[in-house]
Design a protein around this ligand. Structure first.
Ligand code: 3H9
Length: 695
């Protein structure tokens, strides 16, 4: 028997165990091994029941994603699962860990399912731009009903064993510690009572929903699935499940699955799946550098960012000391944290006792001396070099040796901050994104002297917070905000050239960005960027540079918080209304600066903003500020609302053709502004087909 699938018998029970670390993915070898193990059990008259389970940390986590770029090889999973379902003796799946995608599809083709109490079950293919392609769209609605099946497949989030039991997805929960022994007992009971073979495909869907149901379901998911291919195809498959014979519906599911698999969206989402995991691997890092233990954390600054960071740490179970200079600031910070926790409780995301426990781990302090025992300090004070260096000099005096000293600066030079201490090896950037308890990205900035074990500590800390940590180098704005500068610059220039802010925002939103750049500016507060620009000494001598943003701030239009920014927010709500005053201001300023206003099409709006991003990304790569193009993609997707299904700016560039991007940038150089549109040397090389240049 193949190593990855083991076969053994216990009396009349055949036990088939998949053993394909790390997650028992259904590789070609596993499919072959499973096929022959099931055939062997089916053909052995002494066997009455078959138990299918997995070794290691989890049940099957799905098809092997790495095989999707290769031509499919027999046995194909849908055929194999049909053969499993057709066996005329009960087959029982015993689930632990996660049964995902093809893994849950395998379990649903079995005749009975049991699971450990902490198991999770789901069809998350949509997250990879796919749909369940081995009968999942047909078998799941038969077991749990159309509505829950749609929610599980379109949402892509797994459910727990209890819910799965209540919904009819599993037949038993194995409470005993030892799943294997419990499952063997359960299978034995089935043998004893001569339990029937139950084929999921033979179940007819009760309470068939009508066409109105599907129309309203489509309307319900329209916003969150905009631009995506697979959610609509999932809904179509479920419509088939309700109306078409199983074999016909299965054939159509297969056709739609192959369409998804071949789509650029799925390639982009699969790229991100691996990119997010690869981000944790740091080439050249001393492998003996173990993370320092982090038991206690202090957050400096109880403002919006500081309290968000404190909350992110509390949610991960850490002890947090929040420090600010006044009781008033501290109480406001604590109030913010409490309110955010309360919101989570009201939304049903956490229990009220969890919220209380989180709050119980929060302490407030006003004196730097109280930081003497902490393992990690995260500074989140005002974004100003003098303020930060002063804080770090004081930290240097009070913190014990070995404390990791982190700054949440979003733009400033980490080495200058580190130089304010006598221990620059312990200093690192931990750049959180607002709201810090929600956003998945943690940009980790290494200074020139940051020690390897401090980097390892920061990467481990990101994992603990359930964030994606991406290590980057030190320069103005690091990777994310440095690239944002070019994107913002173009979205500002377009205003002077006659494109209304709401049109720029709509075009980029329709292209897939989570929000348009001007709506983001109003949300974040236009004064934030304004202050950063005032600190810079290297800005171009260009009167148009961020001109409109500067004027808005100078007129007190700071964004949502002042009820007006690029847009008006008349009712104090968050709905943006185009402002006649701003439109007139832009027209007058363009006139004063002599900027010609002209017709600009949607494609130019997208290319100006997105090519600017890609060009700066290429510079980050050639300067070594980003280690890999894929890291840049992870940053932009998780921190800046870049559409996941486009894979990130660098992946998108290779998908549409690096030479096309290069030519576009050269065209802008020749027709717009030479200062900003010089193609990065790396882009020029890869566009010319230089295979030595890594993208
Ligand atoms: C599918 O099933 C299609 C079918 O409907 C139809 C077919 C016809 N394949 O995440 P981790 C690797 S589509 C290959 O760090 P965790 C992963 O790259 C699939 N490799 O661990 C990593 O490798 P490395 C539907 C996979 O404990 C290592 O395993 N299924 C796969 O935090 C550990 O992963 C999914 O979408 C795979 N399917 O989380 C599930 N899965 O060490 C995708 C993982 O080299 N997987 N790897 O970096 C997951 O959601 C998580 O990995 C899981 C474990 C929850 C299982």
């Amino acid at each position: 028997m193949d190593q990855v699938v083991n076969y053994e018998t216990r009396g009349a029970l055949a036990i088939v165990t998949i053993d394909n670390p790390p997650v028992n993915a259904l590789s070609h070898a596993v499919r072959e091994g499973l096929d022959s193990a099931i055939a062997r059990a089916a053909g052995d008259d002494a066997i009455e029941t078959v138990l299918l389970m997995c070794a290691g940390r989890t049940f099957i986590a799905g098809a092997d994603i790495r095989e999707f770029d290769q031509p499919p090889r027999e046995p194909h999973l849908p055929d194999l699962l049909n053969r499993i379902e057709a066996v005329n003796k009960p087959i029982v799946a015993a689930i632990h860990g996660t049964a995902l995608g093809g893994g849950l599809e395998t379990a649903m083709a079995c005749h009975y399912r049991c699971a450990s109490a902490d198991a999770r079950l789901g069809l998350p293919e949509v997250n990879l731009g796919l749909l369940p392609g081995a009968g999942g769209t047909q078998r799941l609605p038969r077991l749990v009903g159309v509505e829950l099946a749609l929610d599980m497949m379109v949402g892509g989030r797994p459910i727990g064993a209890r819910k799965a039991f209540d919904a009819g997805l599993i037949d038993a929960i194995i409470e005993s510690e030892d799943l294997r022994e419990g499952a063997i007992r359960y299978a034995g009971q089935l043998t004893q009572k001569a339990a029937a073979v139950r084929q999921t495909s033979a179940i007819s869907i009760s309470a068939e929903p009508d066409s109105r149901f599907f129309a309203s379901y489509r309307a319900r998911i329209a916003r969150r699935t905009r631009g995506l291919l697979s959610p609509e195809l999932i809904v179509e498959c479920v419509e088939d499940a309700v109306s078409a014979p199983f074999p016909d519906a299965l054939a159509r599911e297969r056709e739609r699955f192959m369409r998804c698999k071949a789509s650029p969206q799925s390639a982009a989402l699969r790229h991100l799946f691996f990119a997010e995991r690869d981000a944790a691997r740091i080439p050249g890092l001393d492998s003996s550098a173990a993370p320092r233990p982090i038991r206690s954390i202090a957050v400096l600054g109880a403002g919006t960012m500081g309290s968000g960071i404190a909350l992110a740490c509390l949610r991960a179970g850490c002890e947090v000391l929040l420090l600010d200079s006044s009781d008033e600031a501290l109480n406001a910070g604590r109030g913010r944290i409490e309110a955010l926790l309360q919101q989570q409780v009201e939304k049903g995301r956490i229990q009220s006792d969890e919220a209380a426990a989180d709050l119980g781990r929060l302490q407030l302090a006003r004196e730097f001396d109280s930081l003497s025992g902490v393992d990690l300090v995260i500074e989140a004070v005002f974004e100003n070099m003098d303020v930060k260096t002063d804080v770090f000099a004081r930290l240097d005096q009070v913190c014990k040796p070995g404390t990791v000293l982190a700054t949440n600066t979003s733009t400033l030079d980490i080495d200058r901050i580190a130089a304010a201490t006598t221990r620059p090896r312990d200093v690192i950037g931990l750049h959180f994104f607002s709201p810090a308890h929600v956003m998945r990205l943690l940009e980790i900035v290494r200074g020139g002297e940051t020690a390897d074990d401090v980097i390892a500590t920061a990467m481990a800390f990101a994992r603990r917070l359930r964030k994606v940590g991406v290590l980057v180098g030190n320069c103005f704005g690091f990777v994310g905000n440095r690239m944002l500068y070019g994107y913002g610059r173009e979205s500002q220039k377009l205003l002077l050239e006659g494109v209304a802010p709401e049109r720029i925002d709509r075009v980029l939103y329709d292209w897939g960005m989570a929000m348009g750049p001007h709506a983001v500016g109003d949300l974040a507060g236009l004064d934030v960027g304004y202050r950063v620009r005032r600190e810079r000494t290297d800005l171009p001598d260009d009167p148009c540079f961020y001109r409109i943003a500067d004027m808005l701030v100078e007129r007190g239009r700071l964004g949502q918080k002042t009820g007006m920014g690029m847009y008006d927010y008349p009712e104090g709500d968050r709905a943006a209304h185009p402002s006649a005053e701003v439109a007139e201001m832009i027209r007058a300023e363009a006139n004063r600066l002599g900027v010609v206003q002209r017709e600009i099409d949607d494609q130019e709006i997208v290319e100006r903003c997105i090519f600017a991003l890609i060009n700066e990304g290429a510079r980050c790569l050639e300067e070594g500020i980003a280690m890999r193009a894929a890291d840049i993609d992870v940053i932009w997707v998780n921190g800046y609302g870049f559409p996941r299904h486009r894979g990130g700016p660098m992946f998108y560039a290779s998908q549409i053709g690096l030479d096309r991007v290069y030519r576009g940038i050269c065209r802008f150089r020749d027709t717009l502004d030479k200062r900003y549109w010089q193609p990065a040397a790396l882009l020029e090389k890869v566009a010319a087909g230089d295979s030595a240049a890594a993208w």
